[in-house]
Design a protein around this ligand. Structure first.
Ligand code: NDP
Ligand code: OXD
Length: 309
């Protein structure tokens, strides 16, 4: 039985929609949208809250994250007894699969080159490339990494995955931990980054790591900008070791106007839209998990503060 009010903090355009759907699903439960607050609230639903939100709610026991990544949340000082539960997929899996398949195929099939030929009124067919020469490596084989792998399997590229703990999938070779990272990189020509941002993964994709990819590699980062050292990426693009990059996330968002990434001819940018939580699915998932935790049951998607994800 839910007796605590639910406090919300999130994007101004979205919070009223979340609040309205929560009201319908939980009639009689008070919901408050920040900066309205309730010092005794035990339950919060948030995306990108300020420190002041947590300072105003010291009794929180359950913090439900409206998205998948919790790096911004963990950078704050959270109420001592709060446990964090994140969205798993929540409508993002299919979007992420679309984004990554599109970026990988656009590169493999040279569609940017054909777009330029069209601009020049040139009819210039090229020989088909061999997909076996474009093995794809997915860093981060969690909820979204696995969904992306499933989608990519349809196109028959050689596929590899890398994660912290050992995994076994049909048709996909998985590498585990730091010891197997060099072999994973050496086997990869199109790199897909779907790692969470943690102290272990911050700036992991630096010059030394990116140089271990196959020559003329292509980098797709749909996770967090701070996983990549942008200057190292730009240097390797300029040097020709990397053929290109599709970036949905940046070290600083919005991307500063003077960043070279905006105009680099080998870089395709999008403004952190690769996958967005769908409100209906997000609410249904959070309510299911809320009911379970209130009944004393365990739920998936609980954040391990030691691991940072
Ligand atoms: P999960 O937690 O389900 O998966 C994370 C994966 O990364 C796991 O396979 C995990 O390994 C692996 N991993 C974590 N740390 C390490 C490490 N140090 N070394 C090797 N592998 C590691 O997350 P999701 O798949 O749900 O989401 C991934 C990220 O995508 C989110 O954290 C978020 O930052 C980003 N994202 C971006 C969006 C966008 O629009 N651009 C939208 C949604 C998410 P193991 O399986 O062993 O635990
Ligand atoms: C997320 C995101 O982590 O949208 O959910 O980036």
């Amino acid at each position: 039985m839910l007796t605590s009010p639910i406090v919300l903090s999130g994007p101004v355009d979205d919070v009223p929609l979340w609040q309205e759907q929560l009201r319908q699903a939980l009639p009689g439960v008070t919901t408050l949208a920040w900066p309205a607050s309730h010092a005794d609230a035990r339950i919060a639903i948030v995306w990108g809250p300020q420190q002041a939100f947590f300072d105003a709610h010291p009794q929180l026991e359950w913090i439900f994250n409206m998205g998948a990544g919790v790096d911004a949340l963990l950078a704050l000082k959270l109420p001592a007894n709060a446990r964090i539960v994140r969205i798993e997929d929540g409508g993002m899996g299919a979007q992420m699969a679309e984004y990554v398949c599109h970026a990988a195929i656009r590169h493999f099939r040279e569609f940017d080159r054909y777009a330029a030929e069209q601009q020049a009124l040139r009819w210039a067919p090229r020989r088909a490339r061999q997909r076996r020469e474009f093995p794809i490596g997915i860093m981060g084989m969690g909820v979204l990494g696995q969904r992306v792998a499933r989608a990519l399997q349809h196109f028959e590229f050689p596929l590899h995955g890398w994660s912290r703990s050992a995994k076994h999938f049909h048709d996909l070779r998985c590498y585990t931990g730091a010891a197997e990272l060099p072999a994973f990189l050496a086997a990869t020509r199109i790199l897909v980054c779907l790692l969470p941002l943690t102290t272990d993964t911050h700036h992991l994709l630096n010059r030394a790591l990116l140089q271990q990819l196959q020559p003329e590699a292509f980098v797709i980062n749909v996770a967090r900008g701070k996983l990549i050292v942008e200057e190292d990426l730009l240097a390797l693009l300029d040097a020709g070791h990397l053929a290109g990059a599709a970036l949905d996330v940046m070290e600083h968002e919005p991307l500063p106007p003077d960043s070279r990434l905006w105009t680099h001819p080998k870089v395709q940018l999008t403004p952190h839209i690769a996958a967005q939580t769908l409100i209906d699915e997000g609410i249904a998932q959070i309510l299911g998990k809320l009911q379970a935790v209130l009944a004393g049951q365990s739920v998936s998607g609980m954040i391990d503060l030691q691991r940072g994800y």
